[in-house]
Write a protein that binds this ligand. Structure first.
Ligand code: HSE
Length: 288
């Protein structure tokens, strides 16, 4: 039996559409063992697909196939804290768990970069799976099946507060809402902000974070799919966040806050209780 622990991730961070992501201290813990049939269960009684349509199983099988090893079945036991379909990398965590688990069962035939490449290729974008594997804040670019990546140290003065709604939004639907082409001005708008974001997070130039997390490539098209999403971003900033944006494809919203602002989480929770009962606020550290 092998155990894989995979963190939640928040992709895009506003300006870094499909290229920037951060790992957060919230985990799925998955146990895998070879078996002569498929036996999939969830420790907390949550619904999980119990046949070959299970994403963890499919990704594990892909590793066995690519390594030319037969697989007749797996025992998979899931213990998942990452809420599903909320923009916090739950499907990426399954993809990574399947690949890493199978790789461990096979004696690590894939090196770290091959794991990163395969996970991003299966996902179609690298900004959840790369920080899920490496931890921390990552910049990643997927091209021709290969991820060019860097893990950038995050300045120690920040924390994250995640506003999670009680409704779901599929990544497929949130990606389908985006235009096929964009204006040159919009490309430059995000390019400058994504570069500024990486530099500012590293150096601790935190006063840049509000402008650096600005975005016109995906959020304006997605807010219409997230009831109260724009309100939460606005209110999160009013409460003192350094920046706030849609987490991944949504619907969750992430606020970057000063670590020293210990009351932020209380203010955020009061905001949800009073005005946005379909949302809850949770404080999470960056998974280093
Ligand atoms: N970058 C991806 C998107 C993340 O915004 O669609 C999906 O989790």
């Amino acid at each position: 039996m092998v155990r894989v622990t995979v963190p939640a991730t928040s992709a895009n961070m506003g300006s870094g559409y499909d290229s920037i992501g951060i790992a957060l201290e919230l985990y799925n813990v998955i146990d895998l063992a070879e078996n002569d049939h498929i036996d999939i269960s969830d420790k907390n009684g949550q619904y999980v697909p119990q046949d070959e349509s299970n994403l963890i199983y499919q990704c594990a099988k892909r590793v066995y196939d690519e390594c030319g090893k037969p697989l007749s079945g797996l025992t998979i036991v899931e213990d998942c804290a990452i809420p599903q379909t909320r923009g916090l990398g739950s499907s990426s965590a399954c993809t990574v768990a399947g690949i890493m688990g199978a790789n461990m069962l096979l004696g690590e035939p894939l090196d770290r970069n091959a794991v990163i490449d395969l996970a991003a290729t299966i996902e179609g974008h690298p900004d959840n799976s790369t920080p899920a594997i490496l931890g921390g804040f990552c910049v990643a670019l997927l091209e021709n099946g290969h991820v060019h990546h860097v893990r950038v140290p995050v300045h120690g003065a920040i924390d994250f507060v995640v506003f999670i709604p009680d409704f779901q939004l599929s990544t497929e639907k949130a990606r389908a809402a985006l235009p096929k082409t964009i204006d040159h001005h919009d490309a430059v708008y995000n390019l400058a902000r994504a570069a500024l974001l990486a530099g500012s997070l590293t150096t601790g130039k935190l006063e840049n974070l509000d402008v650096a997390t600005g975005d016109c490539l995906h959020q304006p098209y997605r807010f219409g799919l997230i009831e109260n999403g724009e309100d939460i971003v606005r209110e999160a900033k009013k409460l003192g966040a350094l920046g706030a944006f849609i987490s991944g494809a949504g619907p969750s919203i992430v606020a970057i806050v000063y670590k020293g602002d210990r009351d932020y989480i209380t203010r955020a929770q009061e905001l949800c209780e009073k005005l946005y009962p379909h949302w809850k606020a949770v404080q999470l550290r960056c998974d280093e």
